[in-house]
Write a protein that binds this ligand. Structure first.
Ligand code: HEM
Length: 153
């Protein structure tokens, strides 16, 4: 059971974090080249809306398989220890994304409130910084998870 759960877990991670990397590295620089605030917002929300559906499925799959793996391997005792830094970060990243997805609607309403009057490039700079932050944290988690699992820690 463990190999199957691990394979599905990692597939979910690849689709999810790969998508975050694509949005951060490809979509955001494209946005800066789009003229007009409203066009920017429409394009951005179109991409995020489609991507959010995929992410929700991935977050569910990764959470279920991850929790299952923890139970089978009695990994709960490794949480919040130095050797369990990989799984501890996984849990933190997962909870963080879950909160972002749960409050996504409210989050966007606050960000784009009165967008026409605001300087959109400043808003998109903040959004870009936020995406780089979560991408960096996710990549660090993957790095440490694989490093620790292969005897690095
Ligand atoms: C509820 C959230 C999660 C739980 C409970 C969880 C749990 C686990 C467990 C128990 C393993 C088996 C390896 C080990 O025991 O160290 C594992 C593997 C892995 N997880 Fe997670 N995980 C979660 C979320 C994530 C997230 C968000 C990421 C990526 C950002 C991630 C990336 C990985 C990777 C890359 C492996 C393979 C490591 C290797 O064996 O080389 N996991 N996860």
């Amino acid at each position: 059971m463990i190999p199957l759960l691990m394979a599905v877990h990692v597939l979910g991670v690849v689709l999810w974090i790969g998508g975050v990397a694509f949005v951060t590295i490809i979509v955001f620089p494209m946005l800066t080249r789009i003229e007009g605030s409203i066009e920017k917002v429409i394009f951005f929300q179109g991409v995020e809306h489609r991507f959010a559906k995929i992410v929700k499925i991935c977050v569910a799959i990764v959470g279920i398989t991850g929790g299952w793996l923890l139970s089978i391997t009695d990994g709960w005792s490794r949480l919040f220890t130095w050797h369990g830094i990989g799984i501890t970060l996984m849990l933190i990243v997962w909870i963080f994304y879950l909160l972002v997805l749960l409050f996504e609607g409210r989050f966007f309403r606050i960000i784009f409130k009165g967008a026409a009057q605001q300087d959109m490039s400043k808003i998109f700079m903040k959004l870009t910084a936020f995406h780089w932050l979560i991408l960096g944290l996710s990549l660090l988690t993957i790095f440490l998870a694989v490093f620790a699992e292969n005897g690095g820690i």
